[in-house]
Design a protein around this ligand. Structure first.
Ligand code: FAD
Length: 294
């Protein structure tokens, strides 16, 4: 099913993100993750794409497993910065051959390689260029990324918003946000989007934080601001892994309850391939969801 049709008929849309196992781990290790998530009945599961060839084929393979072996809808991430236009064509054919109907079209992070030349005529420069290509094929529903606190490379939130508008206007059906910990920032971002006449459904990316290392990694990779409440929790429980994990789950649950009360289009949980954590969150919110959908 096309994800744009799910958003057209359901609110909130609940989805999960998983990532492929590293290339030296057997692909079967992902079975446990999907099996642990399957009975939570997400509207779709997305599979990340490791730029640079590390796990690229695995994204197609796992998306295909989700759809055909487990009977769930799949969203395959695809980045364009590290693959030539010709390679992209090959991946799109492979997605089509595997019956995958939904793609999260991304640029990808700029390679660290000092010899990397950008822009380069063999590659797409921005996600919007990849989106144009995908939409020209006519058979996929296309999602894209958005950043409530701005993208790392862009210091001007207004510019970021105008690029987002350009991107959406090339044919984006829905947006998934970068993770955030402060819902108020997300609500302000939605107001800015409405003013910029960006009118596609936006699903909120929520990551339960389970350990200190994870937080350090997140804050080095994206602009997510930490709330005072969040920092207090981290400081209080940082030396007690079990307590920190429970507090991280509680924080994510509270964020989601607030988002659901607000009337968000969707919730996208970054599962980190930890189905037991996602299960706890979904169980925590199941009564609220049933009230919302009645
Ligand atoms: P774009 O929308 O192309 O934007 C990139 C930058 O260029 C921004 O700073 C933007 O403001 C600027 N820009 C856009 N258009 C223009 C223009 N016309 N002129 C000048 N500047 C412009 N990465 C992976 O490698 N694999 C994944 O699976 C993956 N999944 C993700 C899922 C989500 C939900 C999110 C939020 C991110 C994900 N990423 C993933 C990370 C993403 O690839 C990076 O954040 C990347 O740096 C930007 O990708 P984009 O598609 O948002 O790029």
């Amino acid at each position: 099913m096309l994800i744009k049709d799910i958003f057209a008929t359901k609110k909130p849309v609940i989805s999960f993100e998983i990532f492929p196992p590293k290339k030296d781990s057997p692909i079967e290790t992902i079975y446990n993750t999907i099996e642990g998530l399957k009975d939570l009945k997400p509207d779709f599961i997305s599979v990340t794409y490791g730029a640079g060839g590390s796990t690229t084929n695995r994204t197609v393979e796992i998306a295909s497993l989700i759809k055909h072996k487990y009977g769930l809808e799949a969203l395959a991430h695809l980045t364009c910065i590290a693959a030539t236009k010709q390679e992209i064509e090959g991946i799109l054919n492979s997605l089509k051959d595997n019956g995958i109907e939904n793609i999260l079209a991304l640029r990808g992070d700029l390679p660290q390689d000092p010899d990397f030349k950008f822009p380069d005529p063999l590659h797409y420069q921005y996600a919007k260029d990849l989106i144009l290509h995908i939409q020209s094929l006519g058979s996929f529903s296309v999602g894209a990324a958005c950043y409530p606190e701005g993208h790392l490379e862009c210091d001007d939130i207004e510019k970021d918003l105008s690029y987002l508008k350009q991107k959406v206007d090339t044919g984006v059906d829905f947006l998934i946000t970068q993770l955030f910990f402060d819902n108020e920032i997300f609500y302000e971002f939605l107001d800015h989007m409405a003013r910029a006449r960006i009118n596609v459904p936006v699903t909120a990316g929520i990551m339960p934080v389970l350990n200190r290392k994870q937080i350090e990694r997140i804050t080095s990779l994206c602009k997510a601001s930490l709330t005072k409440k969040f920092i207090r929790i981290m400081e209080r429980y940082e030396h007690n892994p079990e307590a920190l994990k429970e507090a991280g789950i509680a924080y994510a649950t509270e964020q989601i309850i607030d988002l659901l009360s607000w009337g968000v289009d969707g919730i996208h949980i970054y599962t980190m391939n930890r189905p037991e954590v996602t299960r706890k969150i979904v169980e925590n919110m199941s009564t609220i969801r049933s009230v919302i959908s009645t």
